[in-house]
Design a protein around this ligand. Structure first.
Ligand code: AMP
Length: 216
């Protein structure tokens, strides 16, 4: 199974690209952020543990994340390939991923970095809105819906993630720079980094990522 991980900052387009790549290649898109938000919404035991952390923009502990990701990757729907969006986010998680994959002997890790400067990420995050019905993502600055606040396809009101509010975004970007950005050098030193300029059209980035995923 091929496992692609995305290293771009929050708002770099990881989720959008992972979704498109999943459709093209028939791989599974796993977003650790979506998994955690689903647990919070369901108020299950994981959700109760992580709710406050998500709301503050901090990171869930590496131990919890290791268990969550290991359990998810062992399910049969991952066999064909996985686009892992949101993990690893710390050096410890990168090492944990290596050890998780050691128990999947057929696995091959592909590392994709969607490069977007930090100053650009803030507007992408604070402007992000999504449709709860179809999952389509908009940005009030860059890709606004035709009618203010409503999905073009479904017409339902668009929602903002709680952690896309300005104060939380500042915290998430700080956490990214301090804990996640070092992963770029970590994978570059291992000769595994594929860097992609994230400040182009979605379709252009998608074509480049598709090529990389195919050839890696
Ligand atoms: P995301 O949707 O990927 O931006 O994730 C939303 C939030 O979920 C993050 O701000 C973290 O609080 C938490 N989260 C998601 N993935 C991880 C991870 N790999 N390690 C720690 N926390 C995570």
């Amino acid at each position: 199974m091929k496992i692609a991980v995305f290293l771009g900052g929050p708002g770099s387009g990881k989720g959008t690209q992972a979704k498109l790549l999943a459709e093209r290649f028939g791989y599974l898109h796993i977003s650790t952020g979506d998994m955690l938000r689903a647990s919070v919404a369901a108020k299950d035991s994981l959700g109760q543990k992580v709710q406050q952390i998500l709301e503050s923009g901090g990171l869930v502990s590496d131990d919890i994340m290791k268990d969550v990701v290991a359990a998810r990757l062992s399910r049969p729907d991952c066999r064909k390939g996985v686009l892992l969006d949101g993990f690893p986010r710390t050096l410890r998680q990168a090492e944990d991923l290596t050890s998780i994959l050691a128990s999947h002997p057929q696995s091959r890790l592909v590392v994709l970095n969607i490069d977007v400067p930090a100053e650009n990420l803030q507007k992408r995050l604070c402007g992000r809105r999504s449709c709860a019905e179809c999952g389509r993502i908009y940005n009030i600055y860059f890709q606004p819906p035709r009618q203010d606040g409503a999905c073009d396809t479904c017409g339902v009101p668009l929602a903002q993630r709680r952690d896309d509010q300005e104060e939380v975004v500042r915290q998430r970007l700080e956490v990214y720079a301090r804990l996640t950005e070092p992963l770029i050098a970590y994978y570059r030193d291992k000769g595994m980094l594929n860097n992609v300029d994230g400040q182009r059209e979605v379709a252009e980035i998608f074509e480049q990522l598709s090529g990389l995923l195919q050839s890696e």
